[in-house]
Design a protein around this ligand. Structure first.
Ligand SMILES: Cc1cc2nc3c(=O)[nH]c(=O)nc-3n(C[C@H](O)[C@H](O)[C@H](O)COP(=O)(O)OP(=O)(O)OC[C@H]3O[C@@H](n4cnc5c(N)ncnc54)[C@H](O)[C@@H]3O)c2cc1C
Length: 402
């Protein structure tokens, strides 16, 4: 019987294992961690956003410059097929108000449990605590295990090692070295869907860290979106920041630092703000005048104080300008270990249409370790599942022809 080694038991690797096992191939899945799917389970902690319900055209556009490679995979396994697949595992899904798709109970663990059971029924063997560390001279896979190094030969290999974020959930940035040593071109891994550092004053940091900025409009280059984020000890984090993080990260890489613009009063026009601020202040402090007239208080008022000089804070025109477009200087993306996902990875040019490495026939790659990125919204998981399927199908085709 032909054997396939799948390395990495996240959504991409398990999906490849499923495709292969349904065709009677012996599948062994290896993972360095003591248990499987840790990042997937973590994703379920804040509500597992499996996919998105928007039209295919919009969905495919989320992959930006990598769309041409991701789109064919999504055509084989799109959001509705993913929902159908989850349903077959007994997991009903629903569309949230934002169009995002979640399991009804919001969690990842019931889905993973049902999935692992199905894989076990298909005779897939899972080997945990097996860290892949490259190949030996005979092209055997080398694994570090608690019993020492183990060598494995397989007729085909699927690498589904994930991206570089959250080392404690199994991410292993050494994959870049091992693949480069094997002659495969890999784009350096970078933070994606990440927060950024801001040089807050000690006073601002102490007073406002952990506080949410609710309903602001963030503008950056062509990006303009209403939403919220959080002030952190180091800078800024949260959904609105993640949404523009790829553009911001690239601008920082090109220019050193960059500024985002915040509209702190999105429901008022500039004229409205100025008119309201121009009402007689009487003996009130500027802070209380700001709150009474335009409803700006707390962390929003703190931000104005942080970035405006005393003179500008007291000048109604300049204060209104800042309320409608406050520049926040971002210094650096947060480290990859803290990011939701990573950009970079194995270049698509290194792969054929079945995600087989052109330089290493019989070895396939899938999931976040490929060189693509997407915003949050279920796009990450959908592409991981879809690419796992393609790699699994590719390995089957390879086994048939070799
Ligand atoms: C906090 C958080 C929340 C998220 N929420 C969402 C969400 O709601 N929706 C969404 O679409 N995406 C979400 N994501 C992203 C999503 O979880 C990942 O994109 C997805 O898990 C990547 O799947 P993968 O199979 O490519 O890799 P992974 O899930 O990272 O799996 C890779 C596996 O490979 C193993 N491995 C790595 N190196 C080795 C090695 N050398 N030897 C053996 N095994 C190895 C790892 O232990 C791991 O189990 C979230 C991520 C985080 C961190």
């Amino acid at each position: 019987m032909k054997t396939v080694a799948v390395i990495g038991a996240g959504p991409a690797g398990l999906m490849a294992a499923e495709v292969l096992s349904q065709s009677g191939v012996q599948v062994d899945v290896y993972d360095s961690m003591p248990s499987v799917g840790r990042k997937f389970l973590m994703a379920g902690k804040s509500g597992l956003n499996l996919t998105h319900s928007e039209p295919f055209e919009q969905f495919a556009a989320r992959y930006g410059s990598r769309r041409k490679w991701i789109e064919p995979m999504l055509k084989e396994f799109d959001a509705s097929e993913l929902r159908e697949w989850a349903k077959e595992l007994g997991i009903e899904t629903f569309v949230g108000t934002s169009g995002r798709v979640f399991p009804v109970n919001m969690k990842a663990s019931p889905l993973l449990r049902a999935w692992l059971k199905r894989l076990q029924n298909n005779a897939v063997t899972i080997h945990t605590r097996h860290r892949w560390i490259g190949w030996n001279k005979n092209q055997s896979l080398r694994f570090e295990t608690i019993d020492g190094e183990k060598l494995v030969k397989a007729d085909a290999v699927i690498l589904a090692l994930g991206g570089g974020s959250w080392r404690k959930l199994g991410a292993d940035v050494s994959l870049v070295d091992w693949l480069e040593q094997a002659g495969v071109k890999v784009e350096a891994l970078k933070s994606s869907n990440c927060g950024f550092d801001v040089a807050w004053s000690e006073y601002f940091r102490e007073k406002y860290q952990g506080q949410p900025l609710k309903s602001v409009v963030l503008s950056f280059e062509s990006f303009r979106q209403q939403g919220e984020f959080v002030v952190t000890k180091h800078g800024v984090e949260g959904s609105l920041i993640y949404a523009c993080s790829a553009q911001v990260r690239d601008a920082i890489a090109a220019h050193g630092t960059t500024n985002i613009q915040l509209d702190l009063a999105p429901n008022l026009s500039h004229d409205d703000v100025l008119k309201k601020l121009s009402k007689p202040r009487g003996s009130k402090t500027m802070a209380s005048h700001l709150e009474k007239t335009v409803g700006i208080k707390g962390v929003k008022a703190g931000l104005l104080r942080e970035f405006l000089s005393k003179d500008d804070f007291g000048n109604l025109e300049r204060l209104a300008d800042a309320i409608k477009s406050l520049s926040i200087p971002l210094i650096a993306p947060r480290p990859i270990d803290e990011a939701i996902s990573s950009a970079g990875g194995v270049l698509f040019e290194e792969l054929d249409e079945y995600l087989m490495l052109k330089k290493l026939p019989g070895i396939f790659c899938a999931g976040e370790m490929l060189d693509w990125e997407a915003p949050t919204g279920g796009y990450l998981l959908t592409a991981c599942f879809a690419s796992g399927r393609v790699a699994g199908q590719g390995a089957l085709k390879w086994l048939t022809n070799s």
